[in-house]
Design a protein around this ligand. Sequence first.
Ligand SMILES: O=P(O)(O)OC[C@H]1O[C@](O)(CO)[C@@H](O)[C@@H]1O
Length: 526
Amino acid sequence: MEPSVLWKRYKKHLTKCPGLGINLDISRMNFEDSFFRSMQPQIDKAFEAMDALESGAIANPDEGRMVGHYWLRNADIAPNAEIKNEINDTFADVMNFVSKVHKKEIIPPNAARYTDVLSIGIGGSALGPQLISDALGTHRDKLKLHFMDNTDIDGMHRVIKSLGARLKSTLVLVISKSGGTPEPRNSMLEARAAFERAGLDFAKQAVAITGKDSHLDKIAVKENWIKRFPMWDWVGGRTSVMATVGLVPCGLQGIDMKSLLDGAAKMDELTRVKDVKKNPAAKLALMWYYATGGKGEKDMVVLPYKDRLLLLSRYLQQLIMESLGKKFDIDGNVVNQGIAVYGNKGSTDQHAFVQQLREGVNNFFATFIVVLQDTARPGRDPEVDVDPDVTSGDYLNGFWQGTRTALYEEGRESMTITCDKMDAKTLGALIALYERATGYYGTLTNINAYHQPGVEAGKKAAATVLELQNEIISFLQSNKGNTFNIDELAAGMGKEDAVESIFHIVEHIAANKRLVKKARSQYSAL
Ligand SMILES: O=P(O)(O)OC[C@H]1O[C@](O)(CO)[C@@H](O)[C@@H]1O
């Protein structure tokens, strides 16, 4: 298209978000004008489904659960007074706790104040807080946030070592909605052991954020941890960042969580409007549908031109891929739906994968995120002219436009979300925009966006491996003094079918110099 035509298209299809300083430009998506008309029945259905969800329908039928993340930022729309009060009371409780920590009214037993927060959790219990912490943190943060989001011993030790002597002034948050996820459990045990090694009482510095009566909740009660915050079953993990999961760690860091919620609430208002032209989430979802043929035929590349948004694509990976990546549709047909999401940040990626985006396989659509204000305080923060009357920020803007044009020339489509600035309100709004678009897209493709049955398969398989490990150890222990090659070991256990798994287990254990000894491909008990 000619530049003048593109400019007209830009103006015609731009969706503004009044009061938020955000707009969505879809001019570089090559849909026909008739596309929106043809999708009207489906989007109407999506609006209806969203209304039902917001009013408390069982939107996750598999788990028999309501889906209420929208109530978190406007408790007045919660389906009953009990939930409304719980949300408001919990928010007040969190803010009160946070303020007491900041004011040193809650202090650790062996230090004058808390200096650091160690946040333990995985998936939705980590990605949101990580995004917010990185996007909005400053050198003036009240407490420094650290994360453990895996069951990698080396990774955990690295975090604990970086805390060093400050472990005594570290508040530990163990975040797990279910309270039974192995990774945070293991991290908690490692953290507890580190506290014990340092002569500190873990329980006196630990807070649990979890479902009522979960395994974790029971541990926290039994050991008398300093505080417990609830996670409700009507909030999904991947949309829990505005519940206690995000409020507590990021509030402690000193981030303005009230503004984050306000931004989300405002975006919620705008994305409820049943007019596609004015509704940025409906437009976004329809563009995903257009780009992917409603079948995930293209990947979503998320390219924020802002260092602070580096983790956005990781956050969106869970939100979008765990929500939309489904084998069955709602009617039970095999559909293998989903949209793959990846990205880092511009312009950095221009020197990495943008080469393929421009010239390689055309299997993606890009979403650029542009932030107009280069610094938090334009006109007051120092900016260097790197060329006459040109700043580094001007380069960044130039690189975004350049990349967009370069892609467009090669027939690669993109959208651009422009934000006036990057602050708590804007970030809350951006998260809410993607949450709503994901929900709409679920209805457009007739899948349940609110469950994650696929994750269970991996968890079950891992449990089987650990059971097998126990069997190997008891077999070797009861044959102490004997050595076995791998086939003999599997045969001895009567588990010939599991020989490969047995091999990987003994190799791993032997490499860590415990329980199993390996010498010249023979295994024995250590
Ligand atoms: O908060 P939990 O219950 O530990 O779960 C962590 C994550 O695990 C999942 O259930 C599956 O990956 C996610 O949906 C969730 O965010």
